[in-house]
Design a protein around this ligand. Structure first.
Ligand code: ADP
Ligand code: ASP
Ligand code: MG
Length: 423
């Protein structure tokens, strides 16, 4: 008998009929003798609908007070899901009980709309499991020290599931979604993309951090920190396929590099449309200037990603960086109102229609010329590279958003990702 955590995404919970299928699948696992904890997302479209309602009433700047309300509103989507799934399981003759994050409790910090989990109390969950119940816990949310409901950022149910699995020392965490595993790139963009039977933890971490939405980055971080066995698989297979077959399907996130693993130089391609570029033009090129600009941005709690400082001409230089698109207007305003006057910069410009495309692969550590091949491929397609950033196992470029799909397809082909790599 094992303790297993299942997570079901929005599409998998998208209708009462889909929820019935989830219940049948979970009941199958429970009947096989496993203790089951299930973490569902809100029904597909529901979180967007809820945030849309909020936006109709308060489209302006988001204050800390309004962010608190957004979390209370958005968290209701998952509360509906857990209750419905508990009813569906009970209808299958399987005892089940649902819990909101605050009831467990799942404790978080107070960073509304992007809170981090700090601890999970497993006592109530264990007691429910011991009396034979399937325990269903809301994804995406928790409670802070003052008792306010918080949410974990979009896609946060993945993180809830892995964190619950870590806290309960579960034997495995299975992420059921609308694709049958992790692919070399988003199969919606490149139909030839290939499912990987295994992907290393490090590569998954990069892919998630660079925009592959199949797993939220923090869920991968949790899996690494607590060594949670993690698998991504389809919720669209018939619920009654043999359990052993289901348990071995999809993509396993592995922590050890072994000889039998696929050894591609580049394993996957990620892309991110959520960023915007800002440039502070004509700042004096002197010590402390980067701190003056980026320090002010960091103090405003705005995350910075790619940074480029150009060579200086006549003692002045241009300084560019990217931020989340949601923070774009706020960043431009801050730079114009405070940073430009303080530094003597000539101008502040920006471009929200950019995207970041990245190639990822452990093999890049031991191969040269990979970035050059990426640049050549983009050049052949006539795509201009605006910014570049690299680390040991990835190279990212910032390009015009309108070339994103073209770039991803061309790179997927150039690195032959549709073919199974030779061992
Ligand atoms: P869920 O609602 O189950 O959490 P998401 O929409 O958050 O599902 O994540 C699944 C989606 O992630 C897929 O439908 C796919 O379009 C997208 N995706 C992006 N990159 C990848 C990738 N490398 N492999 C598989 N899916 C990917
Ligand atoms: N329902 C939330 C969202 O849409 C969380 C999740 O699905 O993981 O972002
Ligand atoms: Mg998701």
């Amino acid at each position: 008998m094992a303790l297993i955590v299942h997570k079901y995404g929005g599409t998998s919970m998208g209708s009462t009929e889909r929820i019935r299928q989830v219940a049948k699948r979970v009941a199958k696992w429970a009947r096989a003798g496993h203790q089951m904890v299930v973490v569902p997302s809100a029904m597909s479209g529901e979180t967007n609908r809820l945030l849309g309602l909020a936006n109709e009433l308060a489209p302006a700047k988001q204050s800390p007070a309004s962010l608190r309300e957004l979390d209370l509103i958005a968290a209701t989507g998952e509360q509906v899901s857990v209750g419905l799934l508990a009813l569906a399981l009970q209808a299958e003759g399987q005892p089940a009980v649902s819990y909101a994050g605050w009831q467990v409790p799942i404790r978080t910090d107070s960073a509304y709309t992007k809170a981090r989990i700090s601890s999970i109390d497993g006592v109530r969950v264990r007691a429910e499991l011991a009396r034979g119940c399937v325990v269903i816990i809301t994804g995406f949310q928790g409670i802070d020290d003052l008792g306010h409901v918080t949410t974990l950022g979009r896609g946060g149910s993945d993180t809830s599931a892995v964190a619950v699995a870590a806290a309960l020392k579960a034997d495995e965490c299975l992420i059921y979604t609308d694709v049958d595993g992790v692919y070399t790139t988003d199969p919606r963009i490149v139909p030839e993309a290939r499912r990987m039977a295994k992907v290393s933890f490090e590569e998954m971490l990069e892919m998630a951090s660079l925009g592959s939405k199949v797993l939220q980055i923090r869920s991968v971080e949790f899996a690494g920190k607590y060594r949670v066995p993690l698998r991504v698989l389809s919720s669209f297979t018939p619920w009654d396929i043999p359990l052993a077959e289901e348990a071995a399907s999809g993509t396993l996130i592995t922590f050890e590099e072994d000889d039998t693993m696929e050894q591609a130089v580049v394993s996957g391609i990620a892309f991110n449309r959520d960023e915007a570029k800002v440039t502070v033009v004509g700042v004096p090129d002197k010590p402390g200037i980067a701190y003056q600009i980026l320090g002010a941005v960091a103090d405003a709690n705005i995350d910075i990603d790619v940074i480029v400082q150009n060579v200086s001409h006549g003692g002045r230089t241009d300084f560019s960086f990217t931020v989340h698109r949601n923070d774009y207007a706020r960043t431009i305003e801050l730079l114009k109102d405070h940073v430009a006057p303080a530094t003597g910069a000539a101008e502040v410009t920006g471009d929200a229609k950019i995207c970041k495309v990245s190639i990822v692969g452990i093999g890049m550590r031991s191969h040269v010329g990979v970035a050059a091949k990426m640049f050549r491929t983009l050049a052949e397609e006539g795509i201009n590279i605006q910014m570049v950033t690299t680390s040991e196992i990835k190279t990212s470029v910032v390009i015009d958003e309108k070339y994103m799909e073209l770039a991803v397809r061309a790179l997927h082909k150039a690195f032959e990702l549709e073919q199974v790599p030779a061992l």
